[in-house]
Design a protein around this ligand. Structure first.
Ligand SMILES: Cc1cc2nc3c(=O)[nH]c(=O)nc-3n(C[C@H](O)[C@H](O)[C@H](O)COP(=O)(O)O)c2cc1C
Length: 255
């Protein structure tokens, strides 16, 4: 029997918002697999040819976050249908969609449609502010209806052509790493929720810069609002991206 899965990497919730708009419209019972959870053994997931997997991932420097690639490749797609969903912060997604598509194929999935959607930029929230909004939701509903129909009538079988180039553009991360202020209560929530284990549980005031991917989750989950990135570096980054992020970017369906 066919099962529907939502497989999402969403450190600060923007990707999840997009994925939920899609999942709500499917109106099928579904299971959620959290790609940010570093305590999950992803190799235990083996899918079935009949399954449909919505795989939602943010664009980091025009690529998929490296940890997402590692975790997806541990799963066994077994020819399950997949819908790669690339979520980006109103700049551009460059090679993200192609890399996500390639990674899913490598893991044994069959991508049958793809979606690109905009959410607030998780580092510089002024870009894509308020998105996905009502207009985005309407578009995502329309995309989902088309995908659902295609799956139900059996017409969605081929992997669509998606934009991007190989070799993928290089991305070595951003130089800003979240740091702790003076109000840490050592509750350990940031350490627990960090997707890559960059915050030591016994010393949550520190950040392992070699592991940190600047996903901003620690800042988002801290109950004390104690963690932050350098305002100076963020302002400089925003200045650089301002032009590229100015106009409202579109959501896209590839089918
Ligand atoms: C390290 C990093 C790199 C990013 N690079 C890009 C980018 O190249 N293009 C873009 O449009 N948005 C970029 N973004 C914004 C995210 O793709 C976007 O905010 C996404 O919704 C974040 O997902 P989340 O809210 O689920 O954490 C980047 C965000 C981070 C944290």
């Amino acid at each position: 029997m066919m099962k529907l899965y939502e497989i999402t990497f969403s450190p600060t919730g923007g990707t999840k918002k997009v994925a939920d708009m899609i999942m709500d419209r499917f109106r099928w019972e579904s299971s959620f697999i959290d790609l940010t959870d570093r305590f999950t053994d992803f190799s235990t997931y083996a899918f079935d040819k009949e399954d449909v997997c919505i795989v939602a991932v943010p664009s980091y420097g025009g690529r998929i976050p490296a940890i997402v690639g590692e975790r997806l490749r541990q799963m066994k797609g077994n020819h399950a249908k997949a819908v790669p969903v690339t979520v980006y912060g109103n700049r551009a997604y460059d090679d993200t969609m192609l890399e996500l598509n390639d990674t899913l194929i490598e893991a044994g999935f069959c991508p049958v449609a793809a979606i690109a959607a905009v959410a607030e930029h998780s580092i510089m929230r002024q870009f894509g502010a308020g998105r996905p909004d009502e207009e985005d939701r309407r578009e995502l509903v329309d995309f989902t209806d088309k995908i659902k129909r295609g799956i139900q009538n059996g017409s969605l079988t081929e992997t669509p052509h998606v934009p991007g180039n190989r070799p993928y553009r290089s991305f070595d991360g951003v130089p800003m790493k979240p740091r702790s202020g003076k109000n840490c209560t050592k509750c350990g929530l940031c350490a627990e929720k960090c997707p890559v284990g960059a915050i030591p549980t016994d010393m949550p005031m520190s950040t392992d810069h070699s592991k940190c991917i600047t996903c901003m989750r620690c800042i988002a989950v801290c109950p004390q609002k104690n963690r932050s990135i350098s305002k100076v570096l963020a302002a400089a980054g925003a200045q650089k991206l301002k032009k590229a992020c100015k106009e409202r970017k579109r959501n896209e369906l590839f089918i």
